[in-house]
Design a binder for this molecule. Structure first.
Ligand code: ACO
Length: 430
């Protein structure tokens, strides 16, 4: 392929460099286009725009491929270890034994919340959405760890990352306990990452919740499958906030807010509510598939479709298999799993979905799996956020290491009124 693309604008001809990624993906570099021609590009929602070069995650949406630092996502499913994947994403390679042990110890050292933060829960309404609590509390970490805000050295980054990855479980579990009127359970330094989260969620003072290996593995798997997904909406938000020089806590808190949306991470809640509605007789699976096609109807088939995947989302494939396996092992029968399978079958046969290449995405089966672990529906997107934190941190770190970094600042095509003069109140008509 030629190294330049040629653009002809009137009688002017400009050469635009073509960049090529490791996997052969090509892009036209238009970063000097305005300087050369006065033109900007128009790409609402940035569906066709690369906003950075990244070495973290590779997706081939046509083939249904997802790799972290080059490693296929399927390789992490055998003995899933979320902490190891977090390290891989952030630091760029698999950790050795002592690096992993050191990082795990750092997470343990940082698992408690400052008592000031803990007291804040008393002032939050008991029915507050856990994603609102999560975003606010991650942002609040900046008040309690100010020594990490200004410095940009690797040690401060590692310290802020460890605080976020570790404390997010405590913050999440406390929000659930508050909503249930249950006492907070402090983290147990002897427990592994996922087991500790389940302990804080479900133990009671006189009865420790015993975490089964199947559930611990399944939670590790869920977190791993959500750990990064290149330049999605919440990650782009984290990069945008970070590009202004804002600290890691503030940037990740903004990521949580973006993730909350039902078109993004919030879709896992919508999926289960949709399946429950079908189960309750409110609508049939066929009704859902039909309603999703009606452009005058706000309803969408949640858990279906993706900006990048035009094939089966590999994460959904793994989660579907995990649902079958885990529900059988736990002897947990969930009618919603059968409904989800039926809904998928109907949609995948429907010309609307076939023509548009709409397949199940990560959110379609994750809720059914989380339900089997007794995670309540309003905590699903929080679990997504816990999983996604290492990805946000890795992307934020990469942004700061990029010598070409500039504040993220897109342009627009102004379509409002041409210049018009201010009219004093007394002179206005009507
Ligand atoms: N139900 C019905 N129609 C859909 C759906 C859906 N779930 N998804 C896409 N479409 C339609 C669009 O309306 C569009 O139709 P048109 O060509 O007639 O106008 C066509 O399919 C193509 O849509 P895309 O351009 O591929 O969609 P886009 O990239 O803008 O949006 C999104 C992607 C937001 C994920 C969308 O598929 C959607 O809303 N899905 C449901 C919500 C969901 O599951 N979100 C989670 C995504 S994964 C994640 O964020 C973790």
């Amino acid at each position: 392929m030629s190294k330049n693309a040629v653009l002809v604008v009137g009688d002017k001809k400009v050469e635009l460099p073509i960049l090529e990624g490791t996997e052969g993906e090509v892009a036209v570099d238009i970063s000097r286009l305005r300087q050369q021609t006065g033109l900007i590009t128009y790409d609402p929602s940035l569906g066709n725009t690369g906003i950075c070069k990244s070495e973290i995650t590779f997706i081939d949406g046509e083939k249904g491929i997802l790799r972290y630092r080059g490693i296929p996502i399927e390789d992490f499913t055998d003995k899933p270890n979320f902490v190891e994947v977090a390290w891989l994403l952030i630091f760029g390679r698999l950790p050795n034994k002592s690096e992993l042990a050191e990082f795990s110890a750092l997470l343990t050292d940082n698992e408690l919340l400052h008592e000031g933060l803990r007291h804040q829960y008393q002032h939050i309404p008991v029915d507050a959405p856990p994603m609102a609590i999560l975003s606010a509390t991650l942002s609040n970490l900046a008040c309690f760890h100010q020594q990490l805000l200004a410095r940009q050295d690797p040690e401060s980054l590692a310290g802020a990352a460890a605080r976020l990855i570790s404390k997010v479980r405590t913050i999440a579990a406390f929000s659930y306990r508050r909503s249930q009127g249950l006492p907070f359970i402090y983290p147990d330094p002897g427990m592994r990452y996922c087991a500790n989260y389940l302990h804080m969620m479900f133990s009671i003072p006189h009865r420790q919740y015993l975490v089964s290996p199947e559930v611990e593995d399944a939670l590790n798997l869920v977190f791993i499958l959500h750990a990064d997904h290149e330049q999605n909406c919440s990650t782009t938000t984290v990069r945008a906030v970070g590009s202004a020089g804002a600290n890691l806590f503030a940037s990740c808190a903004a990521g949580v807010s973006a993730l909350w949306g039902p078109l993004h991470g919030g879709a896992n809640v919508e999926v289960v509510q949709m399946l429950e509605r079908i189960h309750g007789g409110g609508m049939s699976a066929a009704d859902c598939v039909q309603a999703a096609q009606d452009k005058n109807h706000p309803f969408r088939l949640f858990g279906f479709g993706h900006r990048v995947y035009k094939n089966y989302d590999p994460r959904a494939k793994i989660l579907k298999e995990a649902c079958d396996r885990v529900l059988t092992t736990l002897e947990y029968s969930d009618p919603l799993l059968d409904i989800a399978r039926r809904l998928e079958e109907l949609a995948l046969k429907d010309p609307y979905f076939i023509e548009r290449k709409l397949y199940p995405n990560v959110d379609f089966y994750s809720g059914v799996l989380l339900r089997a672990m007794r995670i309540p529906t309003n905590m699903f997107t929080v679990c997504f956020a816990i999983g996604r934190l290492p990805g946000w941190i890795a992307q934020w770190k990469e942004l700061h290491e990029d010598p070409q970094r500039r504040i993220l600042r897109p342009r627009q095509i102004y379509t409002g009124r041409a210049e018009t003069r201010y009219v004093r109140m007394a002179d206005r008509q009507g």
